[in-house]
Design a protein around this ligand. Structure first.
Ligand code: SAM
Ligand code: SF4
Length: 328
């Protein structure tokens, strides 16, 4: 019998799983968390740590080799240290996306278990602006933790969501950080989710970003993108670090998508923009095997942006969850 793999109807093998550990967060970034807040998942409907470990094992046995932990803020999940140590034993490459507020608490553990690829969200290098964007005052802590992570040679990508009139004037300040630091900056085009008041006139496109950088730094070198990369990657000549652009809106990169998501309440999403979800938690709690459910669920995946091939459609994305409860 052929080995079961997670392959969609377009022949794309899915080997990269993003798990949201919680829909709670210690920040309130305005582009992620709706102003009115979200209805938090009741505790009994959130996957337990043992359920997350078991689910990850199932996905691994179906060919998943990379797992990114995200949220909400993954590091606020109780007993996160235990969870990450157990997941490391499963032999998958572990990655993390975090806002960095409590990163220092876990750096030693990450060093020990070999979790080195960390995306740290940092939209501004200006403290007052950070308070405006996140509605909380943690900028100094985040910057200190960034330095600590770099000292331990963690592979850091700074996630920067660009919004016109907010932080688009800092593009070149972020690029300047890559001059003598071995880090990557990942500029992300502003994306629409339920309740985030998306309007592309506030977004900054890949072309605009490249033009801004070129006007200050001159020659930009195009780097070879790793397989399944969600960003186009570049580097300013002679800079130690690099930068990438996630151009979901202006240049979608769905052709060789290999990503699946599971929300904190155990729903599988085939795409960040998917409105339909497959419940994995209920059958898991009923003792059912999940492999056929997962393998069948991926067959409903659309080719690109859950069918929003040409444009982002409010009737569609307002039916999705808010980003904070999907897990970016
Ligand atoms: N709390 C963690 C953090 O902020 O890194 C992990 C979860 S957060 C939802 C994951 C990533 O999604 C962050 O880098 C965040 O900036 C990004 N994000 C959130 N809302 C977004 C939006 N509307 N458009 C583009 N990126 C977004
Ligand atoms: Fe929290 Fe991350 Fe969303 Fe900001 S982007 S509100 S840190 S989940």
């Amino acid at each position: 019998m052929a080995e079961k793999k997670i392959i969609d109807n377009f022949g794309r093998p899915h080997t990269y799983l993003r798990i949201s550990l919680t829909d709670r967060c210690n920040l309130r970034c305005f582009y992620c968390m709706p102003e009115e807040g979200i209805e938090l998942t009741e505790k009994e409907n959130v996957m337990t740590l043992e359920e997350i470990i078991s689910l990850t094992r199932t996905f691994r046995d179906l060919g998943v080799d990379t797992v990114r932990l995200t949220g909400g803020e993954p590091l606020v999940r109780k007993n996160f240290g235990y969870l990450v140590e157990e997941l490391a034993k499963l032999g998958v490459t572990l990655k993390l996306t975090t806002n960095g507020i409590v990163l220092d608490k876990y750096l030693e553990l990450f060093d020990k278990i070999g979790l080195r690829k960390i995306n740290l969200s940092l939209d501004t290098l200006d403290k007052a602006k950070s308070v405006f964007i996140t509605k909380r005052d943690y900028y100094d802590r985040i910057m200190q933790n960034l330095e600590k992570a770099l000292e331990l040679n963690m592979q850091i990508k700074l996630n920067v969501v660009l919004i016109k009139g907010v932080n688009d004037n800092e593009i070149n300040d972020f690029i300047a950080l890559t001059r003598n630091k071995n880090l990557a900056v990942k500029f992300i085009e502003f994306m629409p989710f339920k309740g985030n008041k998306w309007d592309w006139s506030k977004g900054v496109s890949q072309d605009e970003i490249l033009k801004t950088i070129e006007s200050k730094f001159g020659e930009i070198q195009t780097l070879k993108n790793p397989a399944h990369s969600t960003s186009q990657n570049f580097k300013v000549k002679d800079h130690e670090g690099s930068f990438g652009i996630v151009s979901t809106i202006t240049k979608p990169f769905c052709d060789d998508c290999n990503r699946i998501r599971v929300t904190a309440d155990g729903k599988m999403k085939n795409c960040l923009f998917a409105n339909s979800e497959t419940d994995l938690l209920t059958p898991m709690r009923a003792g059912q095997a999940l492999d056929n459910i997962i393998v069948n669920a991926i067959k409903t995946k659309k080719y690109s942006r859950d069918g929003m091939d040409v444009k982002m459609d409010a009737d569609h994305y307002e039916q999705n969850r808010s980003m904070i409860s999907i897990g970016g």
